[in-house]
Design a protein around this ligand. Structure first.
Ligand code: GLA
Length: 390
């Protein structure tokens, strides 16, 4: 990740492309990271999520080469200072770790969709913080698929594209993620939040244009290592809960039904189910409140979501709890919660715009005093999903 603005990022990627390959790229694309306002850890439980794209992007510049087909796709990552050479005849798992597998997984998925990927050269760089819970990985996946659409001149529908990118993460990276991150990076629109129904993959764009409300992201700058295995465990506890509730989908389960099964459920499984059913209701309530400009209500639901993630789903951590607690006592703050997978990463805070700077300063300095860790923060706005720049 870098502190470059997205405009500078595009310039740098173009310049690096020229320096490395001696010509200008044919296409330049960008795909954003996302922040989720509410609806956490329920995308894999048929729930609703309410993310927006942030103004931080992964940019890919590329050019088809004259080489004989099938040839190779060569990617240079400025962030990793690493070059990946993918033989297109048989796209296999990469030995370049995560970043290599995000790229190869998407190339394989696009080829499966019928894209005729030509031999190509590409350069990529991102200003989405890596490992901060803002979907840096989904932004890379979606940027690569958007580049393939541009270079082949064959667009695929955005839902299929989101699913191709999710599959890359499942099959090539081994993370059993839900659909939120890839769909957000693909589908989000400027000045809107995305209400995504993860049961049937339908979605609604909800305007978020209130000039008096700012979205503040604070990165705790901690990442507790247990996140990978814990994520898969949460998924399997939710599946177990659903079996015990004798239901095909959490969408058909009420809180009364969860409570009625309390005594026959493992206490941990009970808590997981309670979070899921509660969070589904909170998310639809928050979407309605946002549409009605009832920001206080949105804020209350964000705090309730955080408490549930902390106490019942147990995916928060001390540092995130401190950030939310500090925010809740800060003048101008409307609501705050952890965002993304958890165990570190970022909080999302809604704050009155004219108090955003003072609130950021106050929360960050107190957090540093309490933890000894220096956080980073930025105010963002609902931004454009993946798009072609040139
Ligand atoms: C990660 C996953 C998403 C989602 C969130 C938690 O970001 O990639 O699919 O499950 O965690 O809401």
């Amino acid at each position: 990740m870098s502190d470059l603005s997205t405009i500078q990022l595009v310039e740098e990627v173009r310049a690096q492309f020229q320096a490395k390959f001696g010509s200008d790229p044919d296409v330049v694309v960008a795909a954003p990271g996302r922040v989720n306002l509410i609806g956490e850890h329920i995308d894999y439980c048929d729930g609703f999520v309410l993310p927006m794209a942030i103004d931080r992007y992964t940019v890919v510049a590329a050019k088809a080469t004259e080489a004989e087909t099938p040839g190779t796709a060569e990617f240079y990552s400025i962030d990793m200072d690493d070059t990946l050479s993918v033989p297109l005849e048989k796209i296999a798992k990469s030995e370049h770790g995560f970043w290599g597998n995000y790229v190869t997984g998407v190339l394989a998925g696009m080829a499966d969709q019928g894209s005729e990927i030509p031999p190509l050269q590409a350069v990529t760089r991102s200003n989405v913080p890596i490992g901060g819970g803002l979907s840096s990985s989904a932004s890379l996946e979606v940027a690569v698929s958007t580049m393939i659409e541009a270079i082949t001149g064959t667009p695929i529908d955005p839902v299929t594209k989101g699913l191709v990118c999710q599959k890359a993460e499942h099959d090539f990276v081994g993370v059993p993620c839900g659909i939120m991150d890839q769909f957000a990076s693909t589908l989000c629109q400027k000045d809107h939040v995305l209400l995504l129904d993860c049961q049937d993959q339908s979605f609604q764009q909800i305007p978020f244009t209130n000039p008096d409300v700012a979205v503040l992201i604070i990165n705790s700058e901690v990442k507790h290592e247990l996140s990978g295995g814990e994520y898969a465990q949460r998924r399997s506890s939710c599946e177990k809960a659903l079996r015990l509730l004798e239901s095909a989908s959490f969408r058909d389960v009420t809180m009364d039904q969860v409570n009625a099964k309390r005594d026959s459920m493992d206490p941990v499984v009970f808590k997981r189910a309670k979070h899921v059913v509660g969070e589904i209701a909170r998310t639809t309530d928050a979407a309605a409140a946002l549409q009605a400009d009832h920001w206080e209500k949105v804020g209350d639901l964000m705090y309730a979501s955080h408490n549930s993630l902390r106490d019942d789903f147990e995916v928060s951590c001390k540092e995130l709890d401190i950030l939310v607690e500090l925010a809740s006592k800060t003048d101008g703050v409307i609501g705050s919660r952890m965002t993304g997978g958890g165990f570190g990463g970022c909080t999302v805070t809604l704050v009155e715009r004219d108090k955003a700077a003072s609130a950021t300063e106050s929360i960050c300095s107190q957090y540093e005093q309490a933890t000894g860790v220096k956080p980073t923060a930025f105010v963002t706005r609902p931004s454009q999903g993946a798009h072609r720049i040139a």
